[in-house]
Design a protein around this ligand. Structure first.
Ligand SMILES: [Fe+2]
Ligand SMILES: [Fe+2]
Length: 215
């Protein structure tokens, strides 16, 4: 099964309790079940963090194009993704406005920072591969969390709201994996993805669940 099919199945169909180690393709740890309860009682906070995650996803996409303008397929794939991520930012902003919330201030994203700390230093030929793996990982975990919100929140309109994000982010996950497989051998991508799955597991273990963060 290709990587992207695996995560798609994991993200959308696999029950939470069986995600721990059922496949090398899936995330190693399910999100702490307390997280969704915490998020549900701090909706304004979680929406603020979500908005900035979308903004960051757009800006990181722009950075990647700036760094690799010679990679035509990457540019072609990322250009519409950036538009989509910015659209997500606007969707969250509109949801906040509807509820009378203000955007608030951006917070440190400890999850992303800890992942980035594990990126090999230097500018070796695998630099892009690790970048793509980090981006794919963030999309995969976001997808898992959006799924939780889309299933567990009480308000139906919010469940539908988050379902849209879940579907979209799994597409981005797939795109990053596809780009990795375009520029690197598939076996290598699989091997490095497994390394990142292990790193992500350790990162998650360092972070207590908190209702004001998406990750
Ligand atoms: Fe997004
Ligand atoms: Fe995304």
């Amino acid at each position: 099964m290709p990587l992207h099919r695996g995560i798609l199945v994991f993200c959308i169909f696999t029950p939470l309790m069986s995600t721990a180690d059922n496949s090398i393709l899936g995330l190693k740890l399910p999100t702490d079940p307390r997280w969704v309860d915490l998020a549900s009682v701090s909706l304004e906070e979680i929406l603020t963090d979500h908005a900035f995650c979308e903004m960051k996803a757009a800006s990181q996409g722009i950075s990647l194009i700036s760094r690799y303008p010679d990679k035509a397929e990457l540019v072609a794939a990322l250009a519409p993704m950036i538009t989509e991520e910015w659209g997500h930012f606007r969707m969250v902003l509109a949801e906040m406005k509807k509820r009378g919330y203000s955007l608030g201030w951006q917070r440190k994203n400890h999850y992303v920072n800890l992942l980035a700390e594990n990126e090999p230093k230097g500018t070796g030929e695998d630099k892009l591969l690790h970048r793509l793996m980090i981006f794919a990982m963030i999309e995969a975990r976001s997808c898992e969390r959006f799924r939780l919100l889309s299933e567990k929140l009480e308000e139906e309109s919010l469940r539908k709201f988050y379902h849209k994000f879940m579907v979209s982010e799994v597409g981005h996950y797939r795109m990053f994996i596809d780009l990795a497989e375009l520029y690197y051998p598939k076996d290598k991508v699989r091997e490095v993805w497994k390394i990142w799955l292990g790193i992500e597991e350790k990162v998650l273990q360092q972070l207590a669940p908190t209702g004001d963060r998406m990750h």
